[in-house]
Design a protein around this ligand. Structure first.
Ligand code: GTP
Ligand code: MG
Length: 262
């Protein structure tokens, strides 16, 4: 359920569970929220519900973070609008990284196994979580996946969130940090228009720089806007297609992986 944007439903019967993999299908988790009749709530009640939902989420996120820390797992939560290139960047990143560090991937999407299949084609294990009507991953969904084989001791765990620049900003999954992907086809003003996502992220991957000659996009302005909402944000200019800039991004991951406490 997402009270923030009203994309989900308030349901006592709402639950998510893991389906074992059948032959020819990927293991996956999905939300089995049952359709409820519309509930009319006051604004005060909505604010209370939102606070309750976020507080409950944060509680589970603390447990996830403890699990990641004690198992020496660097968990990175990739967030962006749909199509900015999260899966493409992940495929290239894990190809390079998995030669030296064990890697696992959790893929969040409303529907389809497409992204998990793209990851698995690289030889790295991926778990697909389908959120149904939900527009973001929640800590509980990650909690249920903690004992899945994609989550390995001493590894880097990538979590690709549902494509959405709004709601995933509010939901801590217990990750080490959020990594926001913005592509040059989206316009340089996005950090100002969606400031919560950029202030919640430690890193911005500015993707599709191979397209810069063909689009109106002011890179310096974009970086200035991102730093205006988050002065500490680290920016990497990258292209999943040409692989430009990926080495610096990989070095950032390796450095933080080696620094996380055991
Ligand atoms: N030119 C160019 N195209 C790219 C680059 N990265 C991704 N694309 C293309 O952008 C489109 C979307 O890429 P995805 O990796 O599926 O994006 P995504 O963020 O995972 O999308 P969702 O999971 O649907 O939110 C695809 O057609 C990619 O081939 C890039 O660096 N340069
Ligand atoms: Mg994707």
């Amino acid at each position: 359920m997402c009270v923030t944007c009203g994309c989900g439903e308030i349901s006592k019967n709402s639950h998510s569970h893991e389906h074992p993999s059948k032959e020819g299908t990927l293991p996956h988790v999905h939300d089995c929220a049952q359709k409820q009749t519309e509930i009319s709530v006051t604004n005060e009640r909505l604010v209370q519900l939102e606070e309750d939902v976020l507080a409950a989420n944060d509680k589970v996120a603390v447990e996830n973070r403890f699990f990641f820390k004690t198992n020496h797992i660097l968990a990175l939560n990739l967030v962006s609008s749909p199509g900015s290139g999260k899966t493409s960047l992940l495929c290239k990143t894990i190809e390079k990284l998995s030669k030296t560090i064990p890697v696992g991937v959790i893929e969040g999407d409303q529907q389809t196994f497409n992204d998990a299949e793209r990851i698995q084609a690289t030889g790295v294990e991926a778990l697909q979580i389908n959120t149904g009507e939900g527009c973001h991953l929640e800590a509980q969904m990650i909690h249920q996946a903690l004992h899945h084989p994609v989550v390995k001791k001493d590894s880097v765990l990538f979590i690709e969130n549902v494509g959405n620049l709004v709601c995933p900003a509010s939901f801590d999954l217990g990750e080490f940090c959020k990594v926001v992907v913005l592509s040059v086809t989206e316009g340089e003003d996005k950090p100002l228009k969606y400031p919560y996502m950029f202030s919640a992220s430690r890193v911005m991957l500015l993707n599709k720089i191979d397209l810069l000659p063909y689009v109106n996009f002011d890179t310096q302005k974009c970086i200035e806007y991102a730093k205006r909402v988050n002065p500490d944000i680290e920016v990497f200019e990258v292209s999943a297609t040409t692989e430009e800039g990926l080495d610096q991004w990989i070095s950032w991951i390796q450095r933080h992986y080696s620094e996380i406490e055991e």
